[in-house]
Ligand binder design. Structure first.
Ligand code: NAI
Length: 333
């Protein structure tokens, strides 16, 4: 019997192409996986009448881990995002985005290596909005002690597990004294249990300026939902864009690892997509599963291929196919 059973959602567009490459690399590294493949989004709607079929959710709840390719969200057809659906159904409260520059990829900060941890369930994204009187709308920001405490604990435990030195909470508690004040208070309370990790904080506007001028001062950044959404893309931009960075949504009921880019309909079916983002998400997944040696082996091989710069996909100036890039990584083990 395989050591791990993982739910695989290849997705659509370039999803199946990059997913196939990542599955190949993980298996070639010697990790024994039984993959349970499921459809989601438009494909699932056509086959099963539901964008998030019950079997898919049951599979993730059973396996507690999924690797997911991008899924097209049709515009204007009233089908809600599968990503939001997964996040809500499985209570995936922590969004993790490590941001690290890759060798030979144009980047403003080639040495950058930081991690963004974003609270995924509340804040202004609770979607509680109403019209007070015509011309006046109220949108409510919810911050709870429970969610703030668990995300702070997640960030600090991640720091401990990954040997990181510092967690910086980002907030606007000078203005939103109660809501962001509570978020900050919960962070410092939890930080007392992690004396070896430096805990500090910064106001979000200053943090953004510092990120552009001296991003190396950050190690792990901890943010509420809205600030986290914005700052995580800002950080991806510092190292060359969304195409290369991994992401994960993690909760008690399961963890979904995914690339943050979309289904790239403009290049789908051509075999030229870059699988790096999903591969890096796969590395996060392997570490989450305790397969640290295999993750290390794949990461070293991937960095070697980037450093040599001979096998590059089209998006970063090369001519290699998705499968050739995967082959090069396997050959570099
Ligand atoms: P996109 O990320 O799919 O594409 C933007 C540009 O980046 C395109 O030129 C594309 O060719 C390129 N690109 C993206 N990933 C690449 C890769 N791995 N290798 C090489 N080139 C790559 O963004 P877009 O066009 O805004 O969205 C397309 C669809 O994807 C939409 O339906 C959107 O809703 C969905 N989407 C899904 C996400 C998910 O499932 N996590 C995330 C973002 C968008």
């Amino acid at each position: 019997m395989a050591k791990h059973t993982i739910t695989l959602i290849p997705g659509d567009g370039i999803g199946p192409e990059v997913a196939a490459a990542v599955v190949r690399i993980i298996e070639a590294a010697g990790v024994e996986v039984a993959w349970e493949t499921h459809y989601a989004g438009a494909q699932a709607l056509e086959k099963f009448g539901d964008t998030l079929p019950a079997e898919l959710l049951a599979s993730i709840k059973r396996n507690k881990v999924a690797l997911k390719g991008p899924i097209t969200t049709p515009v204007g057809k009233g089908f809600t995002s599968v990503n939001v659906g997964l996040r809500k159904t499985l209570d995936l409260y922590a969004n993790l985005r490590p941001v690290r520059a890759l060798p030979n990829v144009p980047s403003r900060y080639p040495e950058l290596d930081l991690v963004v941890v974003r609270e995924n369930t509340e804040d202004l994204y609770s979607g509680i909005e109403h019209v007070v009187v015509p011309g006046v709308v109220e949108s409510i920001k919810i911050i709870t002690e429970k969610a703030s405490t668990r995300i702070a604990r997640y960030a600090l435990e991640y720091a401990r597990r990954e040997g990181r030195k510092k967690v910086t909470a980002i907030h606007k508690a000078n203005i939103m004294k109660l809501s962001d004040g509570l978020f900050l208070e919960c962070f410092y309370k939890v930080a007392k249990d992690f004396p070896e990790i430096e805990a500090d904080d910064k106001i979000v506007d200053n943090a953004c300026m510092q990120l552009v001028m001296r991003p190396e001062q950050f190690d792990i950044m901890l943010l509420e939902n809205l600030y986290g959404d914005i700052v995580s893309d800002l950080c991806a931009g510092l190292i060359g864009g969304l195409g290369l960075v991994p992401g994960a949504n993690i909760g008690e009921l399961g963890a979904v690892f995914e690339a943050v880019h979309g289904s790239a309909p403009d290049i789908a079916g051509q075999g030229v997509a870059n699988p790096t983002a999903l591969l890096q998400s796969g590395l996060l997944m392997l570490r989450h599963l305790g397969e640290r040696d295999a993750a290390q082996k794949i990461e070293q091989a991937m960095l070697k291929v980037f450093t040599e710069g001979k096998v590059r996909t089209r998006d970063i100036g090369g001519t290699a196919k998705t499968s050739e890039f995967a082959e090069a990584i396997i050959a570099a083990f």
